[in-house]
Design a protein around this ligand. Sequence first.
Ligand SMILES: *Cc1c(COP(=O)(O)O)cnc(C)c1O
Length: 470
Amino acid sequence: MNLLNYLLKAIGRVMLTFSRRNQFKYRLNDLSLWGLKVNNNGNLSVNGVDFLELADCYGSPLMVVNCEKLIKDAKEIQQALKHAPDGSQITYSYKTNCIPGILKQLHNIGIGAEVISPYELWLAEKLNVFGNKIIYNGVNKTDESISSAIRLGLLSINIDHMNEIDRIYNIAKQMDKPVRVGIRLGLSNTSQFGLSIPDGEAMAAYRKIKSLSDYLHFNCIHFNTTSNSKTDMVHSQCACEALNFIAKIKEDNGNVPEFLDIGGGFGVPTTKNMSGFEYGIYRLFGALPVPPDPMAFQGIDLTISRIIMNIKKKCFELNLPVPKLIIEPGRFVTSRSEFLLSRVLTIKKKHDGTCYAITDAGRLSTTFPCDFEYHEVFIANRPHAALKNKYNIMGRICTSADWMFKNRYMPPLSNGDILAVMDAGAYFSSYSSNFAFPRPAIIMIKNGVAHVIRRTESYKHLTAMDTVWN
Ligand SMILES: *Cc1c(COP(=O)(O)O)cnc(C)c1O
């Protein structure tokens, strides 16, 4: 037991040494990756708006959206779709960042909605997204939401499991309105989603849909298998597997679907998902993984064009017509254009030298993705200052599990410093919680002017659904 402890400690020390070296060597210093600059005062700024002024004016923690960058990234992936057949579609994954003020910007430039819950479907309708620009995925589709989907005439309801088929059919029949459906393929054994090809589920689903074709119009094959991919590799491979399945459908005397929906998972150069190994090491020893290498990122235009090239090649081999493409990007569209400002409340140094920086944000309320992803963080008034001291950067909830970063090298921190956590535009708001504190406001900077797109939650809001008051 003692030996094991000793060994673990020794391994931990080695891991922490590596982590220190990597943080110094591979720090992401290029602010243009996020469309940010340093202004004349030496502070971080977004389109001429100073980060410190934002924190002073609106308080902290604060989520800030850079509208120009949001539109730039959204248009880049829209442009990349020019390689795809006419009629191909891009639907933004609502679960990635479901803030109406952000979604509206995306819908304004013609991007559709990919929803995974009755609430998200309701929101897409409320934001006036046309039914034929909405994809409905997810494992928990209520009868009520299926009725809405049929009424709205969605682009496709993608079936996740067998018993959805009868439910959708019965509702469509009752409403006497046909509905377009797709099949979600479960191409990975490590997740619960979709219908498996080797187990025969996917083919059984197809035959069942075909037997109910008076109300169910089969028009889509869907998969979503990866996250934060830096290249086209996984999408290309999965697309080929999906096309093999479509070829089997064709042999089965079937009609080939109009759309191939290859899901989301398109990555960004500025964050990375920790591997299982890295996550374990971070948990066990607090050793942060190597930062992402922006050069490993293939670029979205090349990624999409390669996927389409591979689809065309495969279709030629299998003698299939090239399907129209649907992509459901989330992270790629919104990750880099939003960041989180939080204030350092105090610094505590323990007798063994461990430094804690206490902030008003934290993993349990605002930065949950920092649990399993690498994120860059800057001090707003000296973003390029040299790294020096090691900190455990903590949150405001009273539990030792509320860290934002463990063993993170930073320039020396002082009380009142504003930290800017990058890439808060993917999954930060979605995972955020009101654990002991209301959730923060969200500001959008557009043409150099700040607009509040979501107000800070109030205490009244937090207790609005409690019945003790009436
Ligand atoms: C989460 C999700 C996406 C978006 O994933 P990103 O990694 O944010 O691009 C797309 N489609 C489905 C079905 C999803 O569940």
